[in-house]
Design a protein around this ligand. Sequence first.
Ligand code: UD1
Ligand code: CA
Length: 451
Amino acid sequence: MARSCLTIILAAGQGTRMKSALPKVLHPVAGLPMAAHVADAAAAAGSEAVAVVVGHGGDQVRSVLEGVLRDASFHEQTEQLGTAHAVLAAREALEKGYDDVLVMFGDTPLVRPEVMQQARDRLAAGASVVVVGFRPDDPTGYGRLVEQDGALVAIREHRDASDEEKAISFCNGGIMAFSGIEILPILDAVKNDNAKGEYYMTDAVEIARGRGGQVVAIEAPVEDVVGVNTRIDLAAVEALWQARARERFLSQGVTMTAPDTVFFHHDTAIDPDVTIEPNVVFGPGVTVRTGARIRSFSHLEGAIVGEGAEVGPFARLRPGAHLAHKAKVGNFCEVKKAEIGEGAKVNHLTYVGDATIGAHANIGAGTITCNYDGFNKHLTEIGANAFIGSNSALVAPVRIGDSAYVASGSVVTVDVPDDAVAFGRARQENKPDMASKLRARFKAEKDAKKG
Ligand code: UD1
Ligand code: CA
């Protein structure tokens, strides 16, 4: 039977070095709060429950995370007395009795499910405590993993370490996994007799051994445990996340000619055989279907780009932009909350908002759907095979029929029936020989001024 698993996310930190009104663990990486990245990785490692430990007045953390995490419980640690004390704030969740308990920090968003899975495997094999270690370039500040005869015997915090222990390069990454039946007796035995006067979760190593339990250290890549303390760290973590995402999409069959210039959101979905040209930004909620091409300098959010469709260069797709099979949205076009039908073309300098465009319609350059009157938004419907001449203003609510034709420069305020041609502009008038007369008059006026 599968082992049950609770993940505790410590999120009580003030994060003062972020210099932010926003609590640290809510700062987004790829648009998702850091703590939610940790929860996602835990879920992918088979953890079915999340307990978040928040600081005093962690209402903001709670309300944001409640929105993105399913079924998380929240526990308040009113005073920050150390990592063991923080975990014990979630006692109520721990008492429910899980086989495995993962303890994670809310500010290490790059942790991968594989690392958590490895830790869980060691618990399943009989360990009481699993420590995730790593080898940083500079171990200053980290807890050192003290080993004897290949076994982990203690974790010594930097401040408490002897010179000999400080020379150890294998460090505590912060992530620990506990056998669910042992975590409470172990952490309840932790004392605060150290340089900082805190209850250290890391003392669990010695306590577990004292109880005859097995303690193991596993090693993870530095990336997985890298924590965010400053905005500089945050930017570095974002860059690492983006690099991983690019690699993932490339290996899944997405072509990118300059991947370093393409930026993804945590939820971006792209099918194989999509081509993304340089300098493209994906905001939240974008799906791109196979065969589509996203050309340079395009910005997409809340959009679905259908099979074989083409976007850009310099296009902006806003929430609700849905492009059907082989639809085209070209340069300097903005599309919002609009269905662009199969093979329809919106190629140049156009705004389409609150609209439906039928299959194979052609929207001429400079067309604007006038969807907003300052109070309400109104719908523009354009039928299949319709042709909208350049520089037309379609004043919504309005419907252009199937196969209808709108003359260039029209201001369309009433519905156009199917197959009709609409002229919504002043009729052109030509005055023969007028140009030379006009020039003669203008010259005379200029000469008179010179005196
Ligand atoms: C901790 C580890 C150290 C490890 C390092 C890795 C302990 C005692 N030490 O040290 O071995 O090398 O992480 O980064 O665990 N927190 C609370 N409540 C508290 C105290 C801490 O929620 O009362 C949270 C913090 O917000 C933070 C995390 O726990 O997210 C770690 O605490 P911190 O004080 O930063 O521990 P370190 O000294 O970095
Ligand atoms: Ca820390």
